[in-house]
Design a protein around this ligand. Structure first.
Ligand code: TRP
Length: 340
């Protein structure tokens, strides 16, 4: 049946307790917008997260926290499908099928695999890390996805998904799967570490004081802003080279208020860095408090959250099943005779 709207699929791994402001603005804010124009499916890809051998209790908690942040950001489970990857077995079933269409060399060229496996060495590298992009292709192709919003770091994986889709259509016949288009989300605002504003704000490299986390107590976030490293000089102006600290604060200010950097700079003419920090702390608290509260409400009601995810899984399965059956048939598997 023809769909009224193009379909968008995207996903996040449950690998942290909280999103950083940068991921939040770059990914979730974009996902929320896409719901207006697209039929959207958003997943918490817990099976992908298994490739880094997480602690079981931590994984379970992070899966719920990740979903809670989707909902708190405004992903609407009435309009979109929000689900957990492992709840829909078709993902792994299609991944197996796709793995038989993927060349060893092709998978071996994935730079993220090369980087990750180089870091842990051969003895620490599991096969799941190698086939990770194949599972990702399954996530996408299962839903006849038209558009996949991802960051630049996922471009090569998306290319593999497209190559596999085209290969399936060639070998198994037209209409086997939809060839997805990447929608590379440009970092609207590249946000840097508050303590070391020459490097990107990132869980793996930043100290707790360098971060702005969505699920942190907004008071702590305000403190981090107020103690952000600033630069020599006193004039508030945007200059990434000479004033990385102040420029970072201006970027955050602009991203959260929608005002231009020039406009903000003009407001602080003749004022000190301290003024900017105090005001920005208020801006951030005002922006994050409602998001934080909504997310905490979901986290504190895991049964309610699990209910939303169960509904999402059943919607997702309803869409995934026909794709998988079509492909099973085309590769020559016999459809099972279901009893009863
Ligand atoms: N690999 C993606 C990341 O780390 C997460 C992901 C898994 C994904 N499956 C996906 C993203 C499908 C988009 C579509 O960011």
């Amino acid at each position: 049946m023809a769909r009224m709207k193009p379909r968008v699929f995207s996903a996040m791994q449950p690998t942290s307790d909280s999103l950083q402001l940068g991921n939040y603005l770059g990914a979730l804010v974009e996902w929320v917008k896409l719901q207006d124009t697209h039929d959207a499916i958003y997943g918490v890809v817990d099976l992908h997260a298994l490739t880094v051998a997480p602690d079981p209790a931590v994984l379970r908690e992070r899966t719920r926290r990740t979903a809670a942040q989707f909902l708190a950001a405004g992903v609407d489970p009435e309009r979109s499908t929000v689900f957990v990857q492992s709840h829909v077995a078709e993902h792994t079933q299609l991944a197996w099928l796709l793995s038989t269409f993927t060349g060893m060399g092709e998978a071996g060229r994935m730079t993220q695999f090369k980087d990750k496996s180089a870091k842990v060495g051969e003895s620490g590298t599991n096969v799941g890390l190698f086939t990770y992009p194949v599972l990702m292709a399954a996530d996408i192709l299962l839903y006849d996805t038209n558009v996949v919003p991802v960051g630049e770091d996922q471009r090569q994986h998306l290319e593999l998904s497209r190559d596999l889709a085209e290969r399936l259509n060639t070998r198994l016949g037209d209409g086997s799967v939809v060839v997805p288009e990447p929608h590379i989300v440009k970092e609207t605002a590249k946000i840097y570490d508050l303590q070391d504003p020459t490097r990107k704000m990132s869980k793996s490299f930043s100290s707790p004081k360098g971060l702005i986390e969505i699920l942190d107590d907004p008071k702590k976030v305000a403190k981090n802003i107020k103690s952000a490293a600033t630069d020599s000089g006193t004039v508030v102006s945007f200059d990434r080279e000479e004033k990385p600290g102040v420029s970072n604060l201006l970027t955050i200010y602009s991203a959260l208020t929608g005002r231009t950097v020039e406009d903000i700079v003009a407001e602080y003419e003749g004022k000190m860095y301290g003024h900017l920090k105090v005001d920005l702390a208020d801006v951030v608290v005002e922006y994050l408090t409602p998001v934080h509260e909504r997310a905490m409400d979901w986290i504190e009601s895991p049964d309610k959250l699990d209910g939303v995810l169960a509904d999402g899984a059943s919607k997702a399965r309803g869409m995934a099943r026909p794709t998988l059956e079509r492909l099973y048939d085309r590769v020559g598997l016999i459809a099972p005779q279901l009893q009863g």
